[in-house]
Write a protein that binds this ligand. Sequence first.
Ligand SMILES: Cc1ncc(COP(=O)(O)O)c(C=O)c1O
Length: 382
Amino acid sequence: MKICSDKILKIPRSGIREVFDLLLDYPDAINLCIGEPDFTTPSFIIEEAFKAAKSGATHYTANAGFLELREKISEKYKKEHELHYAPDKQIIISLGAMEALFLALMSILNEGEEVILPDPSWPNYEAQILLAGGKPVFVPTKEEEGWILTPHRIAQHLTAKTKAIILNSPANPTGCVYHKPQLEEITNITKDKDLVIISDECYEKIIYEGKHESIACLDGMQSKTIVINSFSKAYAMTGWRVGYALGDEEIIKQMTKMQEDVASCASSVSQRAALKALASGDGAVDKMLEQYRRRRSVLLGEIEKTPLTSCTPPQGAFYAFVNIKGWGQNSRDVALRWLKEAKVATVPGSAFGREGEGYLRVSFSTGEDKIKEAFHRIRNIL
Ligand SMILES: Cc1ncc(COP(=O)(O)O)c(C=O)c1O
């Protein structure tokens, strides 16, 4: 008898982890794999968490999280998107965007139902869909199309079993951002279909051109969309594990029921910290964004100076998806070569899907000097 379940054994191991494990053998490598802000959480948020813990915020909260936090999130969506979500029925606080996504998939998927997702994309989507009994259907996206999930490609993959489509804007690993015309096109082909859009917007604040648009704002789409968001990336709060979902009352009700069985609630202290972030965090977000913007331009300059290497500028998040097809080897081999010979760690594009082959994900969640030094080393091995 196999001790572990078929369900867990069919989940692939993340290709990102493989690089992290290898990194242990190269302690002097410059790490451009980082998938989170390198900043520490702004100190006024940490102070608030201290205060909250001391004043007794040390108990379980409601399954859906503190009502006060849900109220503030509802106000944010009213202010930023003119969308109304009832705090007591249409919002749940989760352990990061990660858990919100999992609860959403568990609440909507029957065995064998299909979920369309972009290839390349964040690997956890595939694993979560499989765990929830669904079938991931990868839809190719291309650098020459700006890495956007195009309506004609979505249409080619829609079947009677399609239950959901995952959109991620700004996207990990490509940095692509969906603008209104593209969201309108997706709306046009999906609005008459009985399916759910899961819109992962956790990088919404890290955007370099234009402003973040949510598909939930488009005509008739709010009730079909589960918006997933998080405090992790915007406020440098990855370790606090606070995220949330907004959506249809029935789905949020089921997600909240399941929260009782999975985690009971997100951490009470972290939820208090998140409240502070929402109330006073805008300035800190702007400062971090300014730094990412500078690093992005340094990185793009370095890539331009590096032979055989190119990149479509990312419009959001803190990743460049760098084209290394000119190196004549697959992305895993190039990543290993950069690691072993140049002592620079990146993630092979193949870790994000078949269409990621020929690319490396280079994170610019690190200092400008390190980015410059990394590319100096890479040019030296050529
Ligand atoms: C696209 C995407 N969605 C969700 C997450 C999870 O974020 P959180 O820390 O909020 O769980 C990540 C983290 O890297 C991500 O890249």
